[in-house]
Design a binder for this molecule. Structure first.
Ligand code: NAP
Ligand code: HSE
Length: 432
C-alpha cells in the first residue's frame, strides 16, 4: 500500500489527539485514505513536557526544519494556537511545499487572506474543518454539501467553553469562576480563555462561516459582540422562569438591507433545538433556499472530537480532495464581497430587560412611559417581591415585542437615567 508521510506541529490538547488517532488507528485511516498515513515527525516547543500520547522514540523534535527540510512529508497538521509564531510557521511550511491542516480559527480570521493567497501562489492547500465547531463537519457541509443553496440564515452555538460554563451554572449551580476552571481542565478553553467568554472566539468562527456561506468579507472585530463574561446568574433563573435558556448565539442572516451579523447571549425558547444544546456541544442551524432548515449538532471542543476533524482533513489532503476544493472555492481571494453587512441599528428583535427598581408607587408608570416614548411595545412584565438582600429594590423583568436596536439602545440609556432605576439594567435579545 502507498504511504503518505505526515507531521504535526504543536502537541497540546488537539495535537495529542491527532497523534493518537494516527498511531493507534492507522488501519482505519489507511482504509479511508487508500494509503497509509505515516506520522513522521511531531514538533513542539518544550521537549521536556509530558504529552498525552505515547510517541515512538525519535518522533518528537523542537526543530521545525525536521519537517521543512524533509521533502517526503507532504501534509502537516499545524496545531499551535494564537497568531505568532503560528502565522510564520504556517508560511514556512507552505514555502517548503507542505499542504496544511489547521484548527486555528484565530489565525484564519486574522490572516486568512494572506495565508490563502500564499497557498494558492505556491500551489498548496489549507484545510480547516476543525477551526469551526470542533467535531461538527460544518465547513464541508456549507462549502460543498449545501452549495446548491443560497444560505438565508445561520445561527450557531460556536463556543463549547461558553456553552459548558452556562450549562454547569444552570444545572449544577456552579459559580462562573469554577465553571471556567473546569472547562480549562477539560481542554475546551483557549490558552487565553478570555477569547472564549467575551465572544471573540465565536466571532472569529462566525466570520469564517459568513465568508463560506455568504461570501462576506468581514473582520471578526467588526462583528457586534457580547460574551457571557458579564452575565449574571439571576438572568439564567429569570430566563428559566419565562421558559427560555440563555445561549451564546452567533448569527448571520440575510436581510433586504444586507447581512446581519452578531454574537450575543440570547434567550432561546425551551424545547427548541438550540436551547437543548448542553455542555461542550455546539450546534449550527442553517436555512438554505432549496434545502430548507438543516441542523448540525456535535461536540464543539475537546481533544478527540477536534482531532476527528483534523485527521479527516489530513486524509482528504493526502488523497488530493482538499486541493481540488481549495482551488475551486478561491476562499479569501481578491474577489469582491458578495454581500455587505447591514446597519445593526435597523435590525429588529424581541428583547428581555431586567431592571432593578425602587419598590415605590409610580415606578412602573415611569418605566413603561420611557419604553412607550421610544416606540417599544411590552409583551409581558414580571415584578418580584423584594428580598432580604435588597429590601428597597426589586427586579423588574420585561419582555418586549420586536423593536429595532435604534430604539432599544437609547431606551436603555433613558431607563438607566431614571432616579427610580438602579443601573446598569440588562438587555438581551430573545429568539422564539
Ligand atoms: P494547546 O493545548 O495550548 O496546545 C498548543 C501546542 O502548541 C502546545 O503543544 C505547544 O507546545 C505548541 N506550540 C506553541 N508554540 C510553539 C512553537 N513555537 N513551536 C512548536 N510548538 C509550539 O492548544 P490546543 O487546545 O491543542 O489548541 C490548538 C489549536 O486548536 C488552537 O488554535 C485552538 O484554537 C484550536 N482548537 C482547539 C480546540 C480544543 O478543544 N482544544 C478545538 C478546536 C480548535 P508545548 O506543549 O511544547 O508548549
Ligand atoms: N475554545 C474553543 C471552544 C475550542 O471552546 O469552542 C473549539 O474551537
Amino acid at each position: 500500500m502507498e504511504t503518505t508521510k505526515v507531521a504535526v506541529v504543536g502537541m497540546g490538547t488537539v495535537g495529542s489527539g491527532v497523534a493518537r488517532l494516527l498511531l493507534d488507528h492507522g488501519d482505519r485511516t489507511a482504509r479511508h485514505a487508500g494509503r497509509t498515513l505515516w506520522l513522521e515527525s511531531v514538533v513542539v516547543r518544550d521537549l521536556a513536557k509530558v504529552r498525552d500520547a505515547d510517541l515512538p522514540a525519535g518522533l518528537l523534535s523542537d526543530d521545525l526544519s525536521v519537517i521543512t527540510d524533509n521533502p517526503e512529508i507532504r501534509v502537516v497538521a499545524q496545531l499551535i494556537g494564537g497568531l505568532e509564531p503560528a502565522r510564520t510557521i504556517m508560511l514556512k511550511l507552505l514555502e517548503s511545499g507542505k499542504d496544511i491542516v489547521t484548527a486555528n480559527k484565530a489565525l484564519l480570521a486574522e490572516h486568512g487572506p494572506e495565508l490563502f493567497d500564499r497557498a494558492r501562489e505556491l500551489g498548496r492547500s489549507i484545510a480547516f474543518e476543525a477551526s469551526v465547531a470542533g467535531g461538527i463537519p460544518i465547513v464541508a457541509n456549507i462549502s460543498q454539501c449545501l452549495s446548491a443553496n443560497q444560505v438565508l440564515s445561520l445561527r450557531g452555538i460556536l463556543n463549547g467553553t461558553s456553552n459548558y460554563i452556562l450549562t454547569q451554572m444552570e444545572e449544577q449551580g456552579d459559580s462562573y469562576n469554577a465553571a471556567v476552571a473546569d472547562a480549562q481542565r477539560r481542554g475546551y478553553a483557549e490558552a487565553d480563555p478570555t477569547m472564549d467568554v467575551d465572544g471573540a472566539d465565536a466571532a472569529q468562527k462566525l466570520a469564517i462561516l459568513a465568508h463560506l456561506a455568504f461570501g462576506a468579507r468581514v473582520h471578526w472585530r467588526d462583528i457586534p459582540r457580547a460574551g457571557i463574561d458579564t452575565l449574571d446568574l439571576t438572568d439564567l433563573s429569570h430566563a428559566q422562569e419565562l421558559g427560555y435558556r440563555i445561549k451564546l448565539l452567533a448569527v448571520a442572516q440575510l436581510l433586504e438591507s444586507g447581512l446581519e451579523l452578531h454574537v450575543s447571549p440570547t434567550l432561546v425558547k425551551h424545547g427548541s433545538p438550540l436551547a437543548e444544546v448542553r455542555g461542550a456541544f455546539n450546534a449550527v442551524s442553517v436555512v438554505g433556499d432549496a434545502v430548507g432548515p438543516v441542523f448540525f449538532h456535535g461536540l464543539g471542543a475537546g481533544q478527540m472530537p477536534t482531532a476527528s476533524a483534523v485527521v479527516a482533513d489530513m486524509i482528504d489532503t493526502a488523497v488530493g480532495r482538499t486541493n481540488i476544493t481549495f482551488r475551486t472555492l478561491e476562499l479569501w481571494s481578491q474577489q469582491e464581497a458578495r454581500v455587505q453587512p447591514c446597519d445593526p441599528a435597523q435590525v429588529r428583535s424581541r428583547y428581555y430587560l431586567r431592571l432593578s427598581v425602587d419598590d415605590q408607587p409610580g415606578v412602573m408608570a415611569k418605566v413603561t412611559g420611557v419604553l412607550g416614548d421610544h416606540g417599544i411595545s411590552i409583551a409581558s412584565i414580571v415584578q418580584h417581591e423584594p428580598d432580604d438582600e435588597t429590601p428597597h429594590a426589586v427586579p423588574l423583568i420585561i419582555m418586549t415585542h420586536a423593536a429595532s436596536e435604534q430604539a432599544s439602545s437609547p431606551a436603555m440609556k433613558a431607563l438607566d437615567q431614571l432616579s427610580c432605576v438602579h443601573p446598569p439594567s440588562v438587555c438581551m435579545r430573545v429568539l422564539d
